[in-house]
Design a protein around this ligand. Structure first.
Ligand code: EPZ
Length: 418
């Protein structure tokens, strides 16, 4: 397995270009199942999770042509309507093929995703919504078997603002007979991006980005050309890299309007942030201890919690981080403590007492954003940090060591070591 080695203490300075959003590209790729026409997708990030869903789509019947900044994908016919456990266990987001497959061909067999390092990750709201649209759903031997000759529009209240649940149901509803209303829908920008893509294919979706989404079913969807939105979590991670190293980074190809909670929290911490139309300049100054609480969009994203914890570990006081979305998303705490961080976890609260410096150490990644947190800690720690099990990192960050070394980080990937 590869590992990443960082010599800490270097302020990062220069320009970085943000890649396309993993959590927008995944549902958009799943949504290509809804149409037999060619789809030309731009700004698709080169990530392990993206490769995983492309390979699954090819097993289902897709032909995919890679291009320099994206791909052309066409699913003329559904040749296989199954997503077995061997696929789903490597990436939970394969559940996103359930709704589109059911809508396109009336039958889908998708493995129930298990939990993961950050929580139980249930999907009952996906299934309840599809049943309300007329699907017959049974679960046997860990497989979801779904059938529906033709999905019907329905009014669906989502008890939790589930992101992929909202996306699955929105995709299924595009080809249903009649109108579907999703109440208490999730509002993340990636949902809006998916709706924009679907509407470009001829869907009739109104209200994406709000907690009430209306989808008028249409008989079929066409092809289109679409550019995936920038990744607000990658951008947020690199903003914190500037803050934690007291550097000065110019981040390009992003949307500040997607990142208000991150920008305001960083300003409260003491970083200087200059907003431009599709870029941000972040200058790290003081690192004040502030309390943070993760919330559904537009609140502070849970996918930024681990990264902020690395920053608070070297803040000038004590802070409390509250995680309200997932029940066990503090796996990075133990590894940060190995680097000298003073963190105490009680339930869904983490109490952090800032220390003057972290010390480099071998640490182990446990999930995607915990890996990012350890990279940030390594950038500021004294001496050398080794981050192991970085296959977690490669799922969500494109060429992170190249991007960071181009702005002055002493970081390298050692292939095939421990
Ligand atoms: C999406 O996961 C993201 N993944 C996650 O990003 C992100 O952390 C999460 O949304 C929250 O923002 C993708 O978009 C591929 P949820 P998702 O369903 O949709 C509860 C990353 O790092 N819930 O929004 O699987 C659930 O328990 C990943 O890129 C139910 O109770 O998350 C949780 O508390 C990690 N029942 C809350 O909703 C359900 O049926 C949010 O989960 C579904 C969800």
């Amino acid at each position: 397995m590869d590992k990443i080695v960082i010599q800490g203490g270097k302020p990062l300075r220069g320009e970085m270009t943000i890649s396309g959003a993993k959590n927008a590209a995944l549902p958009i790729l799943a949504a290509t199942l809804l149409s037999p026409e060619p789809q030309h997708l731009k700004n698709v990030p080169k990530l392990v999770d993206i490769t995983t869903i492309k390979r699954l789509l090819e097993k289902i019947g897709a032909s995919i042509t890679e291009e320099d900044n994206g791909c052309t994908i066409q699913i003329k016919n559904i040749e296989n309507n199954e997503a077995p456990y061997s696929w789903v266990k490597t990436m939970r987001a394969t559940i996103l093929v359930l709704g589109p497959l059911l809508a396109r061909c009336g039958e889908a067999h998708v493995s129930l995703p298990g939990g993961c390092a950050i929580g139980a990750r249930p999907i009952q709201l996906h299934l309840t919504g599809l049943k309300k649209m007329g699907a017959e759903i049974t679960i046997e031997h860990g497989m979801i078997h779904a059938k529906a000759a033709k999905l019907k529009g329905a009014s669906i209240y989502l008890e939790a603002p589930t992101v992929t649940g909202t996306e699955n149901l929105m995709m299924a509803a595009t080809l249903a007979e009649g109108t579907t209303i999703l109440e208490n829908a999730a509002c993340e920008p990636e949902i809006t991006d998916l709706a924009h893509y679907l509407n470009a294919c001829g869907a009739q979706i109104i209200g994406a980005g709000s907690d009430r989404i209306i989808i008028h079913g249409v008989p079929s969807l066409s092809g289109t050309t679409y550019e995936v939105m920038p990744d607000r979590i990658e951008a947020g991670t690199f903003m914190l890299a500037a803050s934690i190293t007291l550097g000065d980074l110019h981040l390009k190809n992003l949307r500040p309007s997607d990142m208000v909670s991150i920008i305001e929290k960083l300003r409260e911490i003491g970083s200087k942030i200059v907003e431009e139309k599709d870029s941000l300049r972040v200058i790290g100054k003081e690192i004040h201890a502030v309390d943070l609480k993760t919330l559904p969009y537009p609140g502070l994203p849970t996918d930024m919690q681990a990264q902020f914890m690395a920053l608070m570990s070297v803040a000038d006081g004590s802070s409390v981080i509250t995680e309200t979305i997932f029940e066990s998303r503090f796996n990075h705490c133990a590894e940060l403590r190995r680097m000298g961080a003073q963190i105490k976890v009680e339930g869904n609260h983490a109490m952090i007492k800032g220390v003057p410096y972290l010390s480099g150490a071998p640490v182990m990644a446990s999930d995607l954003r915990a890996s990012a947190s350890l990279i940030l800690a390594g950038l500021v720690a004294q001496d050398e940090t080794e981050v192991l099990r970085i296959y977690h990192l490669d799922r969500g960050y494109e060429a992170i060591e190249q991007k960071l070394s181009q702005v002055g980080a002493s970081i390298q990937r050692l292939k095939g070591t421990a």
